[in-house]
Design a binder for this molecule. Structure first.
Ligand code: NAP
Length: 640
């Protein structure tokens, strides 16, 4: 007889609050939600759930019996808890009562019955017939483009996806630098409807992510809809016929024009490498490349290497290359905040994988816990308090408290190198820029004998290396730019001619705006994902935003199908009022602080990247388009 699972070992790896909620379903017994078992979380120590060890042992013992009974065939007792029970379960796993206003949002995110508001609702035959007559062009086959493909398939809307790359995956296809990995917990950084119970690590590496998205393309049979190695360089709105005409350039340079009723941009925000505006750029004699265009043919072992930039990318590849190179000079303009996440590089314990796979609803509640803890639950930490008078290094008391905790973590790591402390401690508030996850490898790399952290201003690039403002030439063999992306230059590669042939970039004048990040007056049926003001700094996964945006876009297509209109664009006043609210709200967060300069702000100093409200607000605003926000227009002449 095959041995059963070793539940004593497995249960050591359980996230107990999520498990207890799951066991309410499995056993139908609400006693799992005992008040003495209510967790209290420590935001900087994930395994600390605040339940005494003796009580945890009792929970595990009881859980073991319940799981065994389930494995022996006892049916699930409570698939669909009543609202009051569900509410108790949500509060329990969150560790404290969450505001009532979140209940519908979190219930939808939980999707206990496998259904959510994000599923396309094209159920009537008339709608389905109208949907079949549409054609949508999706630009990009990364995370958002694949998602668009899935949802359009489900809605029965014909579509084509065009991508400049030779494969799916977008950012996970392009960024192959050593150490590249996701910095959002994978059990949340995955489509809500496509959990992976077997993520090898909590924050998996790029090849794993790429393989997930390739798997998605296969599962949903999307490849047959994708044209690879094809560049869309212009889309123009034909006002006489209410269609977009897109100019596609193939790998061989062949130009083709395709027409579509709607265009969905799924090109991401962070994929056009940005090189610093430095004198002598390009004059370096040795190999020089950007982190997003990693030259795997360039041998770094035993070489003298300079890295410019200490953002999220450099933070990942510097510790990887440091042991191999002869010398590493890291040029830092502004230090990053590293939030302690000890398990950042750790494997997911086998017990956790087993529980995710075998205990019904455990995956849902585990994801829910991650979702709540790092999304809206974290936001108070970076909220600006108007009454704050504690100086520019924080924006409020909670932000200051977090700074203190992180500074302690820095100090502990640098007990043997206190000289580094002032250099690596940011003077801007936490949340001002994207914080990175600190498991110690960054500071360990900076402490190495062969690594030097240089904080002097760079004066110029020289054929032999990097010259700092003090006149020193730092001679190196290889130069790596970890200098980020042209983030605020939305759709920079694409000419977009809207009504009257007006070019979108002229319209924007370098200050990109959209309604809900999705639609733009004068550009009918053009829908953006990850558009202006839909990035997030600390709270959660961009997949959530894409799922909401795509739901909204599919809702817009539904509105067209329902009304018989063939064009829709937001009313100018609706768009402007929304953007005014966004600008005002962005001032209320650490990233909007006047003491911070970052790629979240465009050339005008306006925060053009970030969503300044809570996630629930984006969820709610994108449930479905409000017809009153739009000008709907019938086709002057029906498209064949
Ligand atoms: P980044 O955060 O924009 O960092 C660029 C770095 O280059 C910064 O340290 C910046 O300094 C520095 N820099 C730029 N111009 C410079 C100059 N002229 N002289 C000296 N230093 C200069 O870019 P990134 O690291 O590629 O990350 C961009 C974003 O991509 C992240 O915030 C994140 O959203 C995403 N990302 C995510 C992951 C992940 O999930 N795993 C990994 C990588 C990137 P300043 O700070 O002073 O501007």
């Amino acid at each position: 007889m095959a041995a059963g699972p070793d539940l004593d070992t497995i249960l050591k790896d359980a996230h107990l609050p999520a498990l207890m909620a799951a066991l309410v379903h499995v056993t139908g017994d609400k006693a799992w939600l005992k008040s003495e078992w209510t967790p209290t979380y420590n935001p900087l120590a994930r395994d600390d759930i605040g339940i005494p060890e003796a009580e945890q042992a009792k929970v595990r013992e009881a859980a073991k019996a319940a799981i065994l009974a389930h494995l022996e065939g006892k049916p699930i007792q409570l698939r669909d808890p009543d609202p009051a029970t569900l509410r108790r379960m949500i509060d329990f796993v969150a560790g404290a009562p969450i505001p009532e206003s979140y209940a519908d949002f979190l219930t939808d995110e939980l999707a206990l019955a496998g259904k959510s508001s994000k599923d396309p609702q094209f159920d009537q035959p008339k709608l389905q017939a109208a949907a079949r007559k549409l054609k949508v062009l999706v630009i990009g086959a990364g995370m958002s483009g694949l998602l668009a493909g899935i949802r359009l398939s489900q809605a029965g809307v014909p579509f084509e996806i065009v991508d400049k790359n030779a494969d799916v995956g977008g950012t996970w296809y392009e960024n192959t630098y050593p150490g590249c990995r996701v910095d959002n917990s994978n059990h949340m950084y995955s489509y809500s409807f496509e959990p992976n119970h077997f993520w090898p690590q909590h924050f998996s590496t790029q090849p794993v992510l790429l393989s997930y998205f390739r798997g998605i393309a296969e599962k949903y049979d999307l490849r047959k809809h994708i044209r690879f190695e094809t560049f869309v360089d212009e889309v123009a709105w034909d006002e006489a016929r209410n269609v977009w005409r897109a100019r596609l350039r193939g790998k061989d340079g062949k130009i083709e024009t395709v027409e579509a009723n709607a265009v969905i941009s799924a090109v991401g925000q962070l994929n056009r490498p940005k090189f610093p505006d430095l004198e002598g750029l390009g004059s370096f004699e040795g190999p020089a490349f950007h982190s997003a265009e990693w030259r795997h043919d360039v041998e770094l072992t035993g070489k003298r290497v300079a890295v410019i930039g200490t953002g999220a990318s450099a933070y990942q590849f510097v510790p990887e290359i440091a042991p191999d190179v002869a010398e590493l000079k890291v040029f830092q303009r502004t230090p990053p905040w590293g939030l302690p996440v000890p398990h950042y590089h750790e494997d997911v314990a086998e017990g956790k994988k087993w529980l995710l796979e075998h205990v019904p609803f455990y995956d849902k509640w585990y994801r829910f816990w991650l979702f709540w803890m790092v999304t809206d639950g974290f936001l108070p930490m970076v909220k600006s308090d108007p009454a704050w008078n504690g100086g520019p290094r924080a924006v409020g008391p909670e932000n200051a408290m977090l700074r203190e905790m992180v500074e302690q973590s820095f100090a502990a790591q640098l007990a043997d190198r206190p000289d580094l402390l002032p250099k690596i401690t940011p003077d801007y508030p936490i949340g001002g820029k994207r914080a990175v996850l600190d498991n110690g490898v960054w500071l360990a790399a900076l402490k190495r004998r062969n690594v030097e952290l240089i904080t002097d201003k760079i004066a110029r690039i020289d054929p032999k290396g990097v010259v700092t403002a003090d006149g020193v030439l730092h001679e190196v063999d290889v130069l790596i730019y970890g200098t980020g992306f042209q983030a605020s230059n939305f759709l920079s590669f694409l000419k977009v001619k809207g009504r009257g042939g007006r070019e979108l970039h002229d319209e924007w004048g370098g200050d990109a705006r959209a309604y809900l990040g999705v639609t733009i007056p004068g550009y009918p049926n053009l829908f953006l994902t990850y558009g202006p003001n839909t990035n997030i700094v600390v709270n959660g996964s961009i997949i959530f935003f894409s799922e909401c945006a795509i739901r909204y876009i599919v809702g817009c297509l539904k509105l067209l199908a329902e009304t018989g209109a063939s064009a829709m664009e937001p009313k100018r006043e609706v768009h402007d009022a929304f953007n005014a609210k966004v600008d005002q709200a962005n001032e209320g967060w650490a990233w909007g602080s006047p003491h911070v300069s970052s790629w979240y702000k465009n050339a005008f100093g306006r925060v053009s990247q970030n969503w300044p409200f809570e996630l629930i607000d984006y969820w709610r605003a994108t449930l479905a388009p409000n017809p009153d926000d739009y000008v709907l227009e019938r086709t002057p002449e029906t498209v064949a």
